[in-house]
Write a protein that binds this ligand. Sequence first.
Ligand SMILES: Nc1ncnc2c1ncn2[C@@H]1O[C@H](COP(=O)(O)OP(=O)(O)OP(=O)(O)O)[C@@H](O)[C@H]1O
Length: 264
Amino acid sequence: MPEPREGQSVARLELKMAARDVNLWYGEKQALFGVSLDMFDSSVTALIGPSGCGKSTFLRCLDRMNDVIDGCRVEGDIRLDGEDIYAPRVDPVQLRARVGMVFQKPNPFPKSIFENVAYGPRIHGLCKTKAEYADVVEKSLTRAGLWDEVKDRLDESGTGLSGGQQQRLCIARAISVNPEVLLMDEPCSALDPIATAKIETLMDELKKNLCIVIVTHSMQQAARVSQRTAFFHLGKLVEVDETSKIFTNPTDQRTQDYVTGRFG
Ligand SMILES: Nc1ncnc2c1ncn2[C@@H]1O[C@H](COP(=O)(O)OP(=O)(O)OP(=O)(O)O)[C@@H](O)[C@H]1O
């Protein structure tokens, strides 16, 4: 599918994930209220909003990470390519191969750089021979923009890399199983501006073959990397639109106040 052009209407993009009327409770406390959001292929959707408004909670609904939180209950409908990801027949482990996640703090395994990337293909049985593993590791590290920096030290520990390199290693690990969706929860908040710029450039490249959903506290980052932006407030999705519209001419006063720095 061709890459969407800047400002191109979402009508041209292919729907990848669709959330409808999602409500979520942590025990008695409701954290999401009737959230409905479409997320498209070959594009980046940014989730913005004040601290505690439910961005990460919503992101975790998309790969069923909330399943492992005691007392957490999700209601509503979330579809990937039209299939209900909460249907009983769906195996969350298989789902997470299709919907990858990159976290705020780089979290490489205490294993070699090679093994960090080969891990996913190994548990999903995607490769048969050593050469196939070597190939997938090289391709994933190349796509993550890290190959040239690590190709001579693949046996060294992933935890010995710089923070920015570790985050790119985590991206390589996430994409090694060929996910269709990549969720990124504030992936640059622990990184310096140069490492951040590298990840942002990378996202631009990766989105050609992926649906990316990113939580970010940086409105500059949302404006730079995303085509669509969703503004959350107090567990509700207030407004979603093309990023340029959200930042220049939002419909809701609360969005206007947030993007102009009047609260949050
Ligand atoms: N595991 C949990 N158990 C109980 N409550 C939680 C849990 N995780 C989040 N919450 C609550 O749910 C609400 C939404 O939190 P969430 O982390 O999704 O917000 P956020 O918008 O991502 O915030 P931030 O920008 O600070 O990361 C908050 O009130 C938070 O305290």
